[in-house]
Write a protein that binds this ligand. Structure first.
Ligand SMILES: Nc1ncnc2c1ncn2[C@@H]1O[C@H](COP(=O)(O)OP(=O)(O)OP(=O)(O)O)[C@@H](O)[C@H]1O
Length: 619
């Protein structure tokens, strides 16, 4: 990307700054830029007047002193305004950048854009806050760019002062400045390029750290004695991430000495040239003072610039967001916008019509032209072996991924024509890997319809999922945070968490969803609870369509219809009795599970558990 495009992209960040602040900053830029020439000229004028007065010639020393002091005071006022304005600009730009990153991540309908490795690296880069010497924020870069511009314009005005008497010296100075800056910037950019190329190692290093610092993996790390091994992996990745840029930085710092020497030589030469002109006595002392002051004020332009470091350090974050936006443009609708109001009383007819799907980056057809109907109000069970594509079916149904071929229709209309948000308003899903929000018990359930759930809806959903009493018994009742890592919080058992997730889904049903999808909803429940919860669920979801994915065939046998998926297609479909009578794959799987039950039948019988015979009837 051209340097100018980067600079223009950075300059466009000012859109996030309030208009009045932009005007104030513009005025500051003009005033500050004029300060270099202004200070040199008033210093020259003052010295000229003082010398005149010393030679007993008429001179307006008071006026010259007044102007001189005024310029000094103005400089101080600008210094005072600097920090609040810097703070305001950095905060506004960084805030807008973070919102833009969240919007990019959250606005697309599906999740495919989050599953690409290169995009994950860019997302990490765009979203990260600087925590080291190489990086800065976009806000800091934006501010630094304006400071650099001010210094450049100020530097040029200083050059103009010198150029009045000696254009050649002025040209020499400008050429030296450009060479110095280019060399310095190139070196620093080289370091940044090395840094950016190692982002994948940073992501891995962060992953290893998270294994040590988050409670869930930390348990396995301890059980399997992985602590040392994880620590070594982290150290390797951290070195792979930081080592190359550290070495590049060291090399660059050595090279910077050369650029420093060039800059100092140019300035020294100019200082001599200006000073020597005074020797022939033709140079008025006031002008000489102005020129020498300008030379002194130009020195900072030849120093290692903290502002240049800030610009280059913040740019990668902005460029990463730019790449993400080019790859997946943000949708026009705001994140989480309500759908077009498709909620209706009756559940729709949902059809998979020849749907094919392969995950991004894979050629394996997980769904291979599947045809399937979810009829209004039915309980449809989806069964199949591990990896058969059951969860993928749900992800396509909930528009997390668009199908590669075929379509999903809702009452005859393509899901994507209908509008994803509108469709999702009719859909409630308990995913296999449901989220355990670090929120209160109330909010964990209310998340099922965060905008429209009333406390009564939440309480009823909790009752239907069988967690009402459990929640009331928590230390702070509904307000108890469900996380051991939060102050006064408590953690729940796996089965209790599963019921919370079910309550969340039932709340969505209570507030408008017409299709309830349950992906292994009872995987964490014991046999007694599973039976009870399953019946409660079906009761609570009366009048809506239920899609139930389960490996426990004893549970699914009560469904209105069962479909067996294999190889991305529906292999068998029918009621439990029909499928058993057909004596196909479903019957074989059911027998296999029943045999396992029978092995423990005596034991189970003693405990009063239900065991099913081959026809699905309870013994
Ligand atoms: N995000 C993903 N990216 C790539 N491949 C995936 C992804 N998720 C699942 N797969 C692959 O898709 C196939 C189907 O997975 P899916 O989770 O749909 O199976 P399932 O029938 O639900 O299995 P299970 O009974 O084990 O839950 C598997 O081979 C899996 O490896």
């Amino acid at each position: 990307m051209a340097k100018w495009r980067e600079q223009a992209l950075l300059a466009s960040r000012w859109q996030a700054v309030p208009v009045w602040a932009r005007w104030v900053c513009a005025a500051m830029l003009v005033l500050r830029s004029a300060m270099t020439a202004g200070t040199a000229l008033v210093t020259g004028a003052l010295v000229g007047q003082v010398v005149q007065a010393a030679m007993k010639r008429p001179a307006d020393v008071t006026g010259a002193v007044t102007v001189y002091v005024t310029v000094l005071v103005l400089g101080q006022v600008l210094n005072l305004a600097d920090e609040p304005l810097r703070y305001l600009v950095v905060r506004a730009v960084d805030g807008a950048h973070r919102r833009a990153v969240s919007r990019w991540a959250g606005a697309p309908d599906g999740v495919a854009h989050l599953e690409d490795a290169a995009r994950q690296d860019d997302l990490l880069l765009a979203a990260s806050d600087p925590d080291n010497w190489t990086e800065g924020t976009v806000g800091q870069a934006t501010w630094a760019q304006s400071v650099l511009l001010t210094r450049w314009v100020g530097g040029l005005s200083g050059l103009a002062v010198i150029g009045r008497d000696d254009p050649l010296v002025c040209v020499l100075l400008l050429a030296g400045l450009l060479v110095f800056r280019k060399g310095q910037r190139g070196g620093f950019l080289g370091v940044l390029r090395v840094w950016a190329a190692q982002m994948v190692h940073r992501r891995r290093a962060d992953y290893w750290t998270s294994l040590l610092t988050t409670p869930q993996p930390a348990k396995e790390v301890r059980i399997f004695g992985l602590g040392g091994w994880v620590g070594e992996r982290h150290a390797e990745e951290a070195e792979a991430h930081l080592g190359p840029s550290r070495r590049a930085k060291m090399a660059d710092m050595r090279r910077q000495v050369i650029w420093w020497a060039i800059g100092t030589a140019v300035l020294t030469a100019v200082g001599y040239a200006v000073g020597l002109r005074a020797l022939d006595g033709r140079m008025p002392i006031g002008r000489l003072s102005a020129d020498l002051t300008a030379v002194v004020l130009l020195f900072p332009l030849f120093a290692v610039s903290d502002m240049m470091v800030a610009v280059e350090g913040g740019l990668p974050r902005l460029l990463a967001l730019d790449r993400l936006r080019r790859a997946v443009p943000a949708s026009a609708k705001p994140w989480g916008a309500a759908g077009p109001g498709l909620v209706r009383a009756a559940p729709p007819v949902v059809r998979f019509e020849g749907v094919s799907f392969a995950y991004p980056g894979s050629t394996r057809q997980v769904l291979d032209g599947i045809d399937l109907e979810i009829r209004p109000g039915e309980v449809l069970a989806v069964v199949g072996l591990n990896g058969a594509g059951k969860s993928t079916l749900i992800k396509v149904l909930s528009a997390m991924y668009p199908p590669d071929g075929g379509r999903v229709t809702i009452d005859g209309t393509d899901l994507y024509e209908l509008g994803v948000d509108g469709w999702r308003a009719q859909l409630s899903v308990v995913f296999q890997d449901f989220i355990r929000y670090e929120l209160s018990a109330h909010d964990n359930i209310a998340a099922g319809n965060a905008r429209h759930a009333s406390p009564q809806d939440v309480a009823l959903a909790a009752q239907q999922a069988g967690v009402h009493e459990l929640i009331k018994a928590l230390p702070a009742g509904w307000e108890t945070p469900l996380s051991a890592g939060v102050r006064d919080g408590v953690d729940l058992s796996g089965g209790q968490w599963q019921r919370i997730a079910l309550a969340r889904a039932l709340l969505a049903v209570r507030t408008g969803a017409r299709v309830l999808v349950l992906d292994e909803p009872t995987a964490h429940l014991d046999v007694h609870t599973e039976f009870e919860v399953f019946h409660q669920l079906i009761e609570a979801a009366r009048g809506v369509s239920v899609v139930l994915i389960s490996h426990r065939l004893s549970t699914v046998r009560e469904a209105d219809r069962i479909v067996l998926i294999e190889g991305g297609k529906v292999l068998e479909a029918g009621s439990h009795q029909e499928l058993i009578a057909a004596d196909g794959e479903y019957a074989r799987l059911f027998r296999l599970q029943a045999e396992q039950f029978e092995d423990t039948a005596g034991e189970a019988g003693n405990r009063g558990e239900d065991v099913f015979d081959e026809a699905g009837a309870r013994r």
